[in-house]
Ligand binder design. Structure first.
Ligand code: PMP
Length: 455
């Protein structure tokens, strides 16, 4: 029992009262009852320990109950929990200043929200007001939120309801060099490449040109040849890595069509990619708006939109109000997150441990027929599973579940994603060590071996 409640009771309440009618993703046949965490570790109600290699979808960026972040929360809770935006409280200003110091010019104006969906809602509104255009383009397969507006930006059937959730949202093909029709390699400075040979010149990927043609096609067919914005993550759902120049060429074209470019850094920001603080920097572009959430406050509810004065201006003519957005506790926590990233050399750790993981996972790809592709950057890694390397058909869901369950039973938690649920996602708290990575690799290797043996 946990606090006087049996597991059966907890499951029953979840089923009846707790979002379970819609929240189908329980992941495990034998559900996990988690009640405590410290850094990269989680404990269930029976005291079993798990290495967390998913961090609640890259949300617990620095580690569960990170001492510096917890201390900041405790301190702030003693002074002030909430004040309305009509007053000035120091934490917001302190945080805004710290955050913009990490972003390139002209991204200087910060709006704080409570979630990523809210942040993307706001970004879309700003883009429409600034450009005077309405249409928005995202990538097929991507997730940008579950609010009525962002549901339109999100392009994954699993998260769609049959309502006119958001007008004026279009999507183009995800430039998936592994599964897409035009091949290509990861083409970036990734330590691992796709198994498929890439015939691109070092400067220009032919597959990329084809994907950019898709975007041109939308301009020719679906929108009035001008748009409000394009919204792109650094790596799309399933941690698909874009071919070289994809974001650069996209940004150029969109700006030619009167639109602005929004980078959704909800998963990729705050040093996770290792080589850079922001994911968009790995593509050598500067967005007009950046949206953030998840890792921004190590799991405390918070989101942010950062843009230029010019883009914020038409929006600022109205009165925008968000009761909880940027409350003192959230800002105190987010501020401590930025300090800890610096003090604990987190970005460097992402680069070192992430590169190690990618290289070792590539060996598992070569060892097992069912591991199709290994990709990512830093501690943002996707392992795409296939029936066999020849067909590249997605590994069926029950097989994915089996491997996931086995991995959990051996003490490691990983995630799942991709349009067919065919990708394992490795997005741990950014404090994981090389030893943790080796433990995960040994467990994952064993789970793949067990699955292969059972067939
Ligand atoms: N954008 C991305 C890239 C995300 O991964 C998510 C959450 N999965 C969101 C936006 C929406 O964030 P939230 O759940 O905080 O609304």
């Amino acid at each position: 029992t946990y606090q006087g409640m049996s597991k059966e009771q907890m499951l029953e309440i979840r089923k009846l009262n707790c979002n379970a009618m819609t929240m189908k993703v329980t992941y495990y046949k034998k559900p996990l009852f988690i009640h405590q965490g410290f850094m990269q570790w989680l404990w269930d109600v029976d005291g079993s320990r798990y290495l967390d290699m998913f961090a609640g979808v890259a949300t617990v960026s620095l580690g569960h109950c990170h001492p510096k972040v917890t201390k900041a929360a405790q301190e702030q809770l003693q002074y002030l929990w909430h004040t309305s935006a009509i007053y000035i409280h120091p934490q917001i200003q302190e945080y805004a200043e710290k955050l913009v110091s990490l972003l390139p010019e002209p991204l200087k104006v910060v709006y704080l929200t409570n979630s990523g969906s809210e942040a993307n809602d706001l970004a879309l509104l700003m883009a429409r007001l600034h450009t005077g255009n309405f249409d928005a383009i995202t990538l097929r397969g991507s997730y940008h939120g579950g609010s009525p507006l962002t549901m339109g930006l999100t392009s994954n059937t699993v998260y769609k309801y049959p309502v006119p959730s958001s007008l004026g949202c279009y999507n183009t093909m995800c430039p998936d060099v592994f599964r897409g029709p035009w091949g290509g390699s990861h083409c970036r400075d990734s330590p691992v490449q796709t198994v498929r040979e890439c015939s691109c010149s070092p400067d220009q990927c032919q597959a990329n040109d084809r994907y950019i043609e898709q975007l041109k096609d939308v301009f020719a067919t679906s929108v009035p040849n001008r748009i409000a914005c394009v919204l792109r993550r650094t790596h799309s759902g399933g941690i698909v890595q874009y071919p070289k120049n994809f974001l650069k060429d996209t940004y150029k074209l969109v700006r030619e069509k009167g639109g602005i470019c929004i980078a959704d850094e909800v998963q990729t920001g705050f040093g996770r990619t290792g080589s850079h603080f922001w994911g968009f920097q790995t593509h050598d572009v500067v967005p007009d708006i950046v949206t953030m959430a998840k890792g921004i406050a190590n799991g405390f509810p918070m989101g942010a939109v950062v843009t230029s004065e010019e883009i914020a201006r038409p929006f600022a003519e109205g009165l925008h109000f968000n009761t909880f957005g940027g409350n003192p506790v959230a800002c105190g926590i987010a501020s401590a997150v930025l300090d800890a990233i610096k003090e604990d050399r987190i970005q460097e750790n992402c680069a070192v441990v992430g590169t190690h993981l990618l290289k070792e996972l590539a060996k598992l790809r070569d060892k097992y027929e069912i591991v199709g592709d290994v990709r990512g950057k830093g501690l943002h890694i996707g392992v795409e599973m296939v029936k066999d390397k020849e067909s590249r058909d997605p590994l069926p869901s029950d097989a994915m579940t089996e491997i996931l369950e086995d991995t959990k039973d051996m003490g490691v938690l990983i995630g799942r994603g991709g349009i067919y649920g065919q990708t394992f996602r490795i997005q741990p708290p950014m404090c994981v060590t090389k030893d943790d990575a080796d433990f995960f690799l040994a467990v994952f290797d064993q789970a793949l071996h067990n699955y292969t043996e059972r067939r």
